[in-house]
Ligand binder design. Structure first.
Ligand code: ATP
Ligand code: MG
Length: 307
């Protein structure tokens, strides 16, 4: 594994007000690294500093202090930027270009020759699910979701080793989200590292290997999603087909019992309770329908870390 992104003590103050005297600390001493071959979720509430971080990494903004490297090169290294892709938060491009022209334009910037550009354009616009009849339409006539798709296609024109996506799912309908989700998953299969900011936690759960959660410009949590969510202890939930009789039999022996349409759900939190629960269920002639470890949901984690 290779470190693809390395952020060290990055801070950013925006200077605001008429004399630019007021300072707003948008990013506060962020240190973070991202390894190759994964989809990294960059999370945080509105105004947490996600876009600011990504813009600094893209050299579109200067940091107040700290440093960052992408693919082993300092972010000021122009050559490195040929090997990365970027889809901004609100991809508003040149309104009067068509989708095809926009792709051609970016392809040219990356020094890709004509025939190859046309080939890549068709391949990518198809991949992001943009209807061929819209390829020659001006972008000003595009819906938000269509623009998002073109933005994503644009960010992949140079076959980047790492791609930075700022809210790639925003503005997409459920079908579109699914398509883009699949596309992002395929990028990882092909060895592209993905760094994406998003608010949509179900997408994070479905896609991301590791995450970082920002709060007020500071790092609130980072790690493998699996590890972050597993910290709920040994809690287990049983579902059994049962009636009132079993409720009595289980009585005070075990944790929390709730009635469900299919039977009972029992939540226990220690090994001893697990044993007692299983014995009582057997003794009362109940049938186990499912046994599941209880994990903290990403939403709970998110709320806890961004409070
Ligand atoms: N150009 C600017 N001038 C002054 N303050 C700014 C500027 N851009 C962002 N900020 C402030 O910096 C902070 C971080 O903003 P940023 O856009 O990075 O957040 P974000 O995590 O991307 O939020 P969102 O989820 O809403 O996109 C906010 O407090 C915001 O008001
Ligand atoms: Mg943002």
């Amino acid at each position: 594994m290779e470190t693809i992104i390395e952020i060290k003590n990055l801070s950013k103050d925006y200077e605001t007000g008429f004399w630019r005297k007021k300072k707003v600390r948008a990013l506060d001493d962020l240190t973070l690294s991202v390894e190759s071959g994964q989809i990294f979720g960059f999370l945080g509430g509105n105004g947490a500093g996600k876009t600011t971080t990504i813009k600094i990494l893209m050299s579109l903004l200067f940091s107040t202090s700290g440093s960052a490297k992408i693919l082993g090169h300092d972010i000021s290294d122009v050559k490195m930027h040929r090997e990365i892709g970027y889809c901004p938060e609100n991809p508003y491009f040149y309104d009067y270009l068509t989708a095809r022209e926009l792709m051609d334009y970016f392809g040219e910037i990356f020094g890709i020759d004509g025939p190859k550009r046309r080939e890549k354009t068709a391949e990518l616009l198809t991949k992001v699910g943009l209807d061929e009849k819209d390829w020659n339409k001006q972008l000003r006539k595009f819906s938000k979701g269509m623009l998002q798709r073109v933005g994503l296609a644009q960010s992949l024109i140079n076959d980047p080793k790492v791609v930075f996506l700022d809210e790639p799912m925003s503005g997409l309908d459920p079908m579109g989200r699914r398509e883009i989700r699949d596309l992002i998953a395929r990028l990882r299969e092909n060895g592209t590292t993905v760094f994406m900011s998003t608010h949509i936690l179900s997408d994070v759960e479905a896609l991301c290997d590791e995450v970082a959660i920002l709060r007020g410009g500071k790092l609130a949590a980072t790690g493998k999603l699996h590890d972050l969510l597993a910290s709920g202890g040994e809690a287990i939930s049983f579902e059994i087909n049962a009636t009132g009789l079993l409720v009595e039999a289980l009585g005070n022996h075990v944790g929390r019992i709730t009635e469900k349409a299919s039977g009972l759900s029992i939540e226990v939190s220690s090994e001893k309770e697990i044993d007692v629960a299983i014995q009582s269920i057997r003794a009362a002639g109940g049938k186990l329908l499912s046994v599941q470890p209880i994990k903290q949901s990403l939403e709970e984690l998110f709320v806890e870390k961004t409070k």
